[in-house]
Design a binder for this molecule. Structure first.
Ligand code: AMP
Length: 504
């Protein structure tokens, strides 16, 4: 029944005939949902979309709490050939207005608490249907689902058809809608499930948000495609995650999760039976990697990806998981470290990472020029991440190209300075940024979180022997914490704005 639909077929194949097997344990409600029941509900969701007039290629925008109904709607959209467009729950009305006007979805699903504020915005943007979905699995969407029968015949969709549009976090300029095809999502999740050796025996702790690639595609698609089950949590709460480890095998998280878990009682004992800890979406400090191994005996497996490309590289499942690196290109993915013209640089030199493969997106929604700037004709996508490959082929991300600091004409890669500062006793973590400077154009400034007795002069003295003069920070500013977004990424743009005036 799902065979005509490229992605739906693959999401369903591992669970066919295992209808009673558990797909999801809802941590919030305590309910368990079987594969049979989950897909029946997804079919009902597809029927809702069709009944509301959505046809192949139409968009359904969703800004709603993390619920199992949201996953059903995602799979329902795939079944109906409708493009799923999840939105960060943190976005305000003004931001939502931009997304609705840009993507012109036919339907919006939102939390009932936001219905009043979002209705006029949605109506003005031409949205025909507005339904609600709340954290307790209620709302008009769930009511509509209840009125539908299961057994929806999947709408034919090929590998090149769009399955989703995910807006990038927009740290530079306007947020762009990355168009993700059935092929991109299906191929990447299959590669990851295989590489990380997921099977139907796995129980994944799912604590990530489902409006982002990591929680929606990596975590959810891998679970479905391997016929595994997940413990589905509304959000990340360290003690709940530690408690859940007793009945689980794998965890996917952003680096901040691991830092917080290390501060949580009972981690060492609870993690014993786990087989895999995956980290991504932001750089994992080598120190966190090492502390985790000391406490739990497990080496965190770090991988690297982005909204536009899904996952590109991963440390090996079998073999050395090297701290501070993101491993090797995944099977089916080509990765090169190149100069601005796209020519590969020698090993050991910093360049910009470019990626090609089935995992790569089809372009930015309604932005052909942006697409042409970043997606080369030969299929390579210019990620904008600066990287270096070591002698054994392990790739390290050393920063974003836009974060590169040019001071007095010299290039400074923030990561190089950050690694040295992070190694100073008493330093927890650091972010190195460029701020306007009258003589040098930009000056190197370090923003540092400390838990020990360190100060500006001490840090500068400690790193000076290992760092060329022009790379040494002109100021070290101690703060309580670094500004981060929901995915644990340090917001360098916010730091640059905050400290723009420090050089006078
Ligand atoms: P997003 O599109 O929100 O998923 O952000 C993607 C960006 O996150 C990438 O372009 C990288 O800059 C960063 N990123 C993701 N995973 C890692 C990682 N393991 N190490 C360093 N940076 C990462």
């Amino acid at each position: 029944m799902y065979n005509v639909n490229h992605l739906a077929k693959r999401l369903r194949s591992a669970s066919l005939g295992r209808e009673d097997a558990t797909f999801l344990q809802n941590h919030q409600t305590g309910e368990t949902i079987s594969y049979g029941a989950f897909f029946a509900n997804a079919e009902r969701m597809a029927a809702v979309l069709v009944a509301k007039g959505l046809v192949v290629g139409d968009r359904v925008a969703v800004q709603a709490p993390k619920t199992q109904a949201m996953l059903e709607l995602y799979v329902g959209a795939v079944l109906a050939g409708v493009v799923f467009l999840p939105l960060n729950t943190g976005y305000t009305g003004a931001e939502i207005q931009y997304f609705l006007e840009d993507a012109t979805p036919k339907m919006l699903v939102c939390a009932s608490a936001n219905l009043e504020a979002l209705t006029p915005i949605a109506v003005a943007a031409g949205v025909a249907e507005i339904l609600t979905l709340d954290a307790d699995e209620t709302g008009t969407l769930v009511e509509a689902r209840g009125g539908m029968a299961a057994g929806f015949e999947a709408v034919p969709c090929g590998a090149d058809d769009l399955a989703a549009i995910l807006y990038t976090s927009g740290t530079t300029g306007r947020s762009k809608g990355a168009m993700l095809t059935h092929r991109a999502l299906a191929s990447n999740s299959a590669a990851l499930a295989d590489y990380w050796q997921f099977t139907a025996e796995d129980v994944l702790i799912h604590a990530l948000p489902v409006f982002h690639t990591h929680g929606l595609f990596v975590a959810t698609n891998i679970t479905l495609m391997s016929g595994a089950s997940c413990i589905f949590m509304a959000g990340f709460e360290a003690s709940a995650v530690v408690a859940a480890m007793q009945g689980a095998t794998a965890l996917m998280g952003v680096p901040t999760y691991y830092v917080r878990l290390l501060e949580t009682e009972g981690l060492a004992a609870a993690s014993k039976g786990m087989r895999l800890f995956v980290s991504g979406s932001a750089p994992l400090l080598a120190e966190t990697h090492e502390r985790w191994r000391d406490v739990t005996g497990h080496a965190i497996l770090e991988r690297y990806g982005m909204t536009e490309t899904n996952m590109n590289t991963s440390n090996p499942y079998v073999g050395e998981r090297r701290a501070g690196t993101v491993g090797f290109a995944l099977p089916g993915v080509e990765v090169i470290v190149a100069d601005a013209a796209g020519v590969e640089v020698p090993r050991g030199e910093v360049g910009i990472l470019e990626v090609r493969g089935d995992n790569v997106f089809a372009g930015y929604w309604k932005m052909p020029q942006k697409t042409a700037e970043e997606l080369r004709e030969d299929g390579f996508f210019i990620t904008g991440d600066m990287a270096v490959q070591d002698a054994d082929g392990y790739i390290s991300i050393v920063g974003r190209a836009k974060d590169l600091i040019i001071t007095g004409g010299y290039n400074v890669y923030p990561k190089e300075v950050e690694l040295l500062i992070d190694a100073v006793a008493g330093v927890v973590e650091s972010a190195v940024i460029g701020v306007p400077h009258a003589d040098f154009g930009e000056a190197v400034v370090a923003v540092v979180v400390a838990d020990g007795d360190v100060d500006e002069a001490g840090i500068l003295a400690a790193i000076a022997p290992d760092l060329a003069r022009f790379k040494q920070p002109k100021r070290v500013i101690i703060v309580d914490e670094l500004t981060r977004n929901a995915m644990g990424k340090v917001q360098k743009k916010a730091l640059r704005e905050r400290f723009a005036g420090v050089m006078g």
